[in-house]
Design a protein around this ligand. Structure first.
Ligand code: GAP
Length: 513
């Protein structure tokens, strides 16, 4: 299936199976705002728990907090968001559509990258088993030419943005003859900076109300609480503070479903370290976070690091973990070595000391910070899009199956009485009553059992348990595995252990070792 079709299928499947709905759909929706439905809320919670367990529960020196979304407005002055949290936007005068200027250029480069992929595919066909991709891309003249073009364009874009030379960004768009993707018009305005923070007001009367922002990242709630947590938790450096929560950004181009939203959720961890040790901690967290991703078994080839050449002013190293979404490799998680920038800024703006007293060295210092930051919604999209498959079976029929990692699946098992009589529904209900203490389980008696299996496959349920007439005789049931479609006859009393073995967080997180 072409990538675009696959992505459309992901979006419609997410709606049809109760994962993601457009927000306020009855009023025609709100752009780039989504609601998580009954299954989506469970999947999201399971991803959040999987992250929390790996970061907080498994690390003695990391604790979790839950800071407020509203913060004192000076926070955002200190963090640099008031002055610098903006994207370069450009309007098309004919279509009146607004775009991110840098994204237009990046999309142009992505098209060249597609040409490279085409060349590789062609060569793969031609050379068969003898094909060596690495050698081909590093020697083929056409591929090297494409790559050089991409490098030159991206380098110029990076330099212009760094120098705030927005006129040159526009010149680049014009030189490349980039057109409005919707209308083909090349009638562009100048490029302007646009601050992404949403403003709101706190207070009952218009005169006294205080201007606030909805937080654009959760990280600042951690920085301002650094000393509170360190003292009350008697934390010794190195230590981390983690949190998950909503963040808000008035994205100029919000598209690609839940990939780029205006209201989204982050899972962030700030690791406070001794200055000078940042390089080794950067490598540590890079490796550790990649292991977390790989533990879910979504395909090692679907991940790659993208080290930043152009660093934010506060960072001395940065990398993205990119994932292969249906629309290509894109950032899933960011890992930044943020130096002491944030704590120093908050010290300056609050006039409060945010230092750590090192008993061994008998001296105080401002810690450096290593940050890991992943979007929960983006992780949801990675998991969901990777799991959705159309499989052709031996009999030629096609089944749609959502192969979610069992640990994350919203419902772990469906219990199905073969028929709605002869006492089978009652036994199925008893099994549910017993299993629901440990897992999310559901009861389903509608339609033929084959159709029920397919329904659960498409919903992502790892197990179906069927109660039939033999159950009445020997207390056994059939358990069917979603991924292999294998069926086993097992004792009812063994069900809990069989399911637990496959869905237990421990079983999955141990793969990180
Ligand atoms: N505290 C650092 C920070 O916020 P970021 O790269 O701007 O860094 C971190 O964001 C992660 O948050 C990204 O890797 C992405 O997964 C997620 N994210 C950022 N903007 C998003 C958006 N508009 N919609 C969904 N997820 C977003």
């Amino acid at each position: 299936m072409a990538n675009e079709d696959q992505f459309k299928k992901v979006i419609s499947h997410a709606k049809e199976y109760g994962y993601v709905f457009q927000s306020s759909e009855i009023y025609d929706g709100l752009s780039a705002v989504y609601d998580y439905a009954q299954n989506g809320a469970e999947l999201k919670k399971n991803i959040r728990d999987y992250w929390w367990k790996a970061m907080v529960q498994m690390n003695e020196n990391i604790v979790g907090i839950d800071a407020a979304i509203f913060m004192h407005p000076t926070t955002w002055k200190a963090s640099g968001h008031v002055d610098a949290f903006s994207d370069p936007l450009i309007d098309n005068k004919d279509s009146k559509k607004r775009y991110r200027a840098d994204v237009l250029v990046e999309d142009y480069c992505a098209k060249i990258e597609k040409k490279i992929e085409k060349e590789v595919k062609k060569a793969e066909k031609r050379f068969g088993d003898a094909f060596n991709k690495e050698e081909f891309v590093s020697t083929n003249g056409r591929v090297l030419g494409y790559q050089e073009k991409i490098d030159i364009i991206l380098k110029r874009l990076g330099q212009s943005l760094e120098k705030e030379d927005l006129a040159d960004v526009k010149a680049l768009i014009e030189e490349l003859e980039i057109a409005d993707p919707l209308t083909g018009s090349r009638n562009w305005t100048d490029v302007k900076q646009f601050n992404l923070m949403f403003g709101t007001k706190l207070g009952a009367s218009a005169e006294t109300a205080m201007d606030l922002y909805l937080r654009p990242e959760t990280a600042q709630g951690i920085f301002v609480n650094f000393l509170n947590v360190q003292k009350t938790g008697r934390m010794k450096i190195p230590f981390g503070i983690a949190q998950t929560g909503k963040a808000f950004r008035n994205e100029i181009v919000a598209r690609q479903f839940i990939f780029r939203m205006r209201e989204f959720e982050q899972m962030e961890m700030q690791f406070f370290i001794k200055p000078g040790t940042q390089k080794e901690w950067f490598e540590h967290w890079k490796a550790h976070r990649m292991k977390w991703h790989l533990s879910l078994g979504m395909g090692n080839d679907n991940y790659r690091f993208h080290d930043h050449e152009k660093l934010a002013h506060y960072a001395d190293a940065a990398t993205d973990i990119e994932f292969k979404f249906p629309f290509g490799f894109k950032e899933l998680e960011g890992i930044h070595s943020r130096t002491d920038f944030d704590l120093k800024q908050h010290e300056e703006f609050s006039s409060k000391k945010l230092q750590y007293f090192d008993h061994e060295a008998n001296a105080s210092y401002t810690p450096y910070v290593l940050e890991t930051s992943i979007g929960l919604d983006r992780m949801f999209l990675a998991v969901f899009s990777n799991a959705l498959r159309d499989e052709t079976l031996d009999d030629g029929s096609v089944r749609t199956v959502l192969k979610l990692p069992a640990v994350l699946a919203p419902t772990k098992a469906a219990v199905l009485p073969l028929v709605k009589k002869d006492g089978l529904p009652e036994i199925a209900r008893q099994i549910i009553d017993d299993l629901k203490w440990d897992f999310n389980v559901i009861y389903d008696e509608k339609d033929a059992v084959g159709r029920r299996y397919r329904r659960q496959d498409a919903a992502g349920t790892p197990f179906c348990i069927t109660v039939d007439h033999d159950t009445l005789k020997d207390n056994t049931v059939t358990i069917r595995h979603r991924d292999t479609m294998e069926q086993q006859r097992v004792k009812i009393e063994d069900l809990r252990d069989i399911i637990k073995k496959e869905v237990d967080v421990k079983h999955w997180l141990q793969k990180m070792k």
